[in-house]
Ligand binder design. Structure first.
Ligand code: GRF
Length: 208
């Protein structure tokens, strides 16, 4: 049984998709051991409470230095015997010590088809603003392993979503969440939990 830590900062709709997928069997062999947010006001924590998962706030603001926050986050993950860390709208830079300890065991959902519209400063609505400004006809979402870069880790799954002529960033964001994020993030977790994802350097292969 894969023990998941889901790291959140905001509304938690991707967390909700994971919880729903475990409940309805789309995800097998995995359980949410803990939900961790840097933001005490994150609605994602309410979702975790309603689901019955342990929910913790581990925030850089609560520590004298970033190094002490980094260590506290790593300690929390190890205390909960976490196998896979899932970034679901997590807006804090993942500490290098966590990335080293959890090599190829941290995944992130990004709301574009990487390598488009990603990297530093490309998060939340900014991603969709850039996609619309560029005039792309297709956008989508990507699940990837997290390495020391920003949105640079090996890609696991992607799902395209059509951009409509009159889209606003908000409308496009919602469509990408509904039609892509909430589908491929649970799918990636299920594949990993059932040993079907293999990483060789930058190349990810998935057993069907
Ligand atoms: C989503 O758009 C996701 O792609 C991005 O941050 C947002 C999080 O939304 N990483 P939620 O907190 O899961 O609702």
């Amino acid at each position: 049984m894969l023990r998941l830590a889901v790291l959140v900062s905001g509304g938690g709709t991707n967390l909700q998709a994971i919880m729903d997928s475990i409940s309805d069997g789309r995800i097998t062999n995995a359980q949410i051991a803990v939900v961790i947010s840097n933001n005490a006001g994150a609605y994602a924590l309410t979702r975790a409470d309603e689901y019955g998962a342990e929910a913790l706030v581990v925030s850089p603001k609560d520590y004298p230095s970033r190094e002490e926050f980094n260590q506290a986050l790593l300690d929390t993950l190890k205390e909960h015997k976490i196998d896979l860390v899932v970034l679901a709208g997590y807006l804090v830079v993942v500490p290098p010590c966590v990335i080293q300890e959890f090599e190829n065991r941290i995944i992130n959902i990004h709301p574009s088809l990487i390598p488009s519209f990603c990297g530093t400063g490309c998060y939340g609505l900014h991603v969709h603003e850039k996609a619309l400004a560029r005039g792309v006809r297709v956008s989508g979402a990507t699940v990837h392993f997290v390495d020391e870069g920003t949105d640079t880790g090996p890609i696991i799954l992607q799902k395209p979503v059509m951009v409509e002529q009159d889209d606003t960033p908000e409308v496009l964001q919602r469509r990408i969440m509904e039609q892509a994020e909430w589908i491929i993030l649970p799918k990636a977790i299920d594949l990993i939990a059932n040993g079907k994802v293999h990483v060789d350097g930058r190349k990810v292969t998935i057993e069907e």
